[in-house]
Ligand binder design. Structure first.
Ligand code: C2E
Ligand code: MG
Ligand code: MG
Ligand code: MG
Length: 286
């Protein structure tokens, strides 16, 4: 390739570098048509209340299947959408689709569940975010109290004044918020306590080596205690084993989410799970 393009085109050829930027260009081009071509769908992953064993909510997770390239992971394409701004229309589609689905489940006679939607940094700083949320709620008729936005520490720390203003407006309309991937960022207790958020999601990296790791047991317990002090709900993400769930129950973690209870799946699979999930009522509820 260097030769074809003649002299002085490349000083040297780095195969990895070349293919990386090629892949990026190919993905960016494909992304441009993904929304109009209906290549996106949402998957849904349940959240389990560890005290009541009830399904309390569900998280919408974006899936992109390209006709030739097949399924492409959000970890690969979301950063590109962030950079080129397409996360705004795509994020809007996610919000509207998730809200419509939530109402549809209730129309089918299923109990109401909270619907969590991931919001990226660029969406969070978009002045139109509140309007997009209003639109999604209005168009679907969804109860705002069932909507929860998952934000990350880094995006809420970027501009604390904007964060407090936005979170306050969300709270006024009844929409809940969670800090996703909690513990891997740099937020301090002092900062967190100033934000009107509802939930902390303990990052999967602290759950992975439970219950064996002394270190991770201590960190998880500390986050749970901190959440309790701040009257926040705490949920562990990436729970893959029975032993992890048992440990979390033992330290009074409120909720759990992960492959052990349920993998992300289609809207139909989630409605079946919700319909068939036997709930064991704890004695203090009877
Ligand atoms: P996240 O919001 O922290 O979502 C959790 C990720 O962990 C999901 O990956 C989920 O499939 C995966 N997961 C859940 N339980 C387990 C488990 O037990 N073990 C393991 N190993 N993994 C588990 P996914 O769907 O690939 O999404 C990755 C990230 O992409 C998300 O992390 C989120 O940051 C982002 N994302 C996904 N959908 C959207 C979206 O609609 N909008 C935006 N802005 N970001 C999204
Ligand atoms: Mg999330
Ligand atoms: Mg997460
Ligand atoms: Mg995570």
């Amino acid at each position: 390739l260097s030769k074809e393009k003649g002299k002085n085109t490349y000083e040297f050829y780095v195969p990895g570098m070349q293919s990386l930027s090629n892949e990026r260009l190919v993905l960016e081009a494909a992304l441009r048509n993904a929304l109009v071509n209906n290549e996106f769908v949402l998957n849904y992953q349940a959240k389990l209340d560890l005290k009541t064993n009830r399904i309390t909510g569900v998280e919408a997770l974006l899936r992109w299947t390209h006709p030739e390239m097949g399924e492409i992971s959000p970890q690969q394409f979301i950063p590109l959408c962030e950079e080129n701004g397409s996360i705004i229309p795509i994020g809007r589609w996610v919000l509207e689709t998730a809200c419509r689905q939530n109402v549809e489940w209730q129309r089918q006679g299923l109990p109401p569940v909270k619907m969590a939607v991931n919001v990226s940094a660029r969406q969070f700083s978009d002045p139109d975010l509140l309007q997009h949320i209003h639109d999604a709620l209005d168009k679907s008729g969804m109860d705002p109290k069932l909507l929860e936005l998952e934000l990350t520490e880094s995006m809420v720390m970027l501009n604390p004044d904007h964060t407090i203003r936005t979170l306050t407006q969300l709270r006024e309309i009844g929409v809940r918020t969670a800090l996703d991937d909690f513990g891997v960022g740099y937020s301090s207790l002092a900062q967190i306590k100033g934000f009107p958020i509802d939930t902390l999601k303990v990052d999967r990296s602290f759950i992975r080596n439970l219950p064996e790791s002394d270190h991770d047991r201590a960190i998880t317990e500390a986050i749970i205690n901190m959440a309790r002090t701040l009257s926040l709900t705490v949920i562990a993400e990436g729970v893959e084993t029975e032993a992890q769930e048992a440990f979390l129950r033992g330290v009074s973690c409120d909720e759990s989410q992960g492959f052990y209870f349920s993998r992300p799946s289609t809207a139909k699979a989630f409605s079946d799970l919700l319909r068939n999930h036997g709930v064991i009522i704890s004695p203090d509820e009877v």
